[in-house]
Design a protein around this ligand. Structure first.
Ligand SMILES: [Zn+2]
Length: 220
């Protein structure tokens, strides 16, 4: 459950699309990654922010400045990002929630997004057979990227903390758990095979289906 956040770089026919940008001050990790592979920063054309928490937007302004990429975010999260406000951080575990002060208003670095979406958005114009869909639950405006109908970059809609979370894959933070399950169902019904979370390793859709059916037994 360390502070590590996975960001994804997707190769397209026209360059690259990046999903999320990590904690503040972490842009060097990206520059080193690009340099080792001889990828020009300017070839990143689009940055998709799955949601506005600071471990996803922290290095955004630095990365935008150097790459010149457009920033895509959900409408409601985009309005918060413009003001430098984090979407609420609400722990799903009520016992830990009582002990924590995370539900206080948090600030994030202020960034002005280029594209604010209120629903689905196709990435065909960016050279990728993919689309961005609204998958609320972790935050109200959380987005997922569905690539070629098989792979889903989900931000924090699912987390893989393995044994630590008893293989439940539920996010440790969520504004609405019912919406989390509905968003899982949405992705499952789309025929997605592999889930790419921001925290923890890649998840097969089968374990997510399994986790959902177990949850249904516990909370009918
Ligand atoms: Zn988050």
């Amino acid at each position: 459950m360390g502070p590590l956040t996975y960001c994804y770089l997707i190769k397209t026919r026209n360059g690259y699309i990046m999903a999320d940008t990590g904690f503040p001050g972490k842009a060097d990790i990206l520059w080193n990654f690009l340099e080792e592979r001889e990828i020009a920063p300017e070839s990143i054309k689009l940055i998709i922010i799955t949601h506005g928490h600071f471990d996803h937007t922290g290095s955004l302004s630095e990365i935008k400045e150097k790459t010149g990429a457009s920033i895509l975010i959900n409408q409601s999260e985009g309005l918060l990002l413009k003001k430098g406000i984090s979407p609420p951080v609400i722990l799903t575990n009520k016992w830990i929630r009582k002990l924590s002060r995370l539900d206080k208003d948090l600030v994030v670095p202020q960034v002005i997004p280029d594209i604010m979406v209120d629903g689905n958005f196709t990435l065909t114009d960016y050279g990728l057979d993919a689309r961005v869909i609204h998958t609320p639950g972790h935050t109200a405006g959380s987005l997922s990227v569905i690539i070629e109908g098989r792979d889903a970059i989900v931000g924090d809609l699912a987390m893989n903390f393995g044994l630590l979370s008893r293989f439940s894959y539920i996010p440790i933070i969520a504004v609405n758990m019912k919406e989390v399950y509905q968003s899982w169902r949405k992705i499952i019904d789309m025929g997605v095979q592999t889930i790419y979370p921001a925290h923890g390793k890649v998840i097969s859709i089968d374990v997510l289906k399994n986790s959902l059916s177990k949850l249904k037994k516990t909370f009918p």
